[in-house]
Design a protein around this ligand. Sequence first.
Ligand code: G1P
Length: 294
Amino acid sequence: MTTNKPVKKAVFPVAGLGTRFLPATKAIPKEMLAVVDRPLIQYAVDEAREAGIEQMIFVTGRGKTAIVEHFDIAYELEATMAARGKALDAIDCARATPGNIITVRQQVPLGLGHAIWCARAIVGNEPFAIFLPDELMVAHPGSTGCMKQMVEAYGEVGGNLISVLEVPRDEVSSYGVIAPGREVAESLTEVTGLVEKPPVADAPSNKIISGRYILQPEVMRVLEGQGKGAGGEIQLTDAMARMIGSQPFHAVTFQGRRYDCGSKLGFVEATLALALERPDMGAEVRAMAARLLA
Ligand code: G1P
């Protein structure tokens, strides 16, 4: 039984082309776009570390090496900053244990399920987390991040967990949607079905998968023989749906805020919201926004 082994590995599918953000993403990975001053990928990795995850597995593709560079020690930068008496905390994201940033390549864009499957050799026979860095999950002040909340729920129920949130019904066809079952605890429900990008009329609920997962390694075996699903892609949602019934499957509603940074509007919203609450600039941003809106 693998059900309650601790979650120490996370997979970050980051091979996508980022066409929605062109021309910004022509030569720069979309995961390196910064919300205020931190790239999207770093928010996700920080959330993983907070949850006790140690090994970060990036599923990358051509043109994505800047992501790996970002988590390396920048010797010249550190030496120059130290010589100038500047604090180094702005560049301390390389603090992972050496060897704990791993990349595998997704050579062809066959879908999210295929991207995850590309990490199978590194995941091995352990439970693992998945982060879609487009989904920016921000903890309420004094509270914990999304993955930490999920890891806590995992400690209770084991098996497989996904984070969910409610969206207006007419938006469900852009997402994976759950059929909710019994409510186990506050913010924790069983999942009895999953469907990727259903037509609005067929959607089992308005609760969508919001880009965070804890899965058992058996999903890799299911993905192995997985045919194409919605949009002609190999869908992770379809593989997860096939595991319901043979392993526990639950949904956690994140107590916090989520920004869809896969869309321009969501990205601008995240930038403004996070800038407004920064102690070093919030007041000035507020005054600036008021000026712009006057
Ligand atoms: C993916 C998943 C979907 C999920 C969404 C969250 O879709 O397939 O189930 O709801 O991420 O952002 P994508 O946005 O890659 O089309």
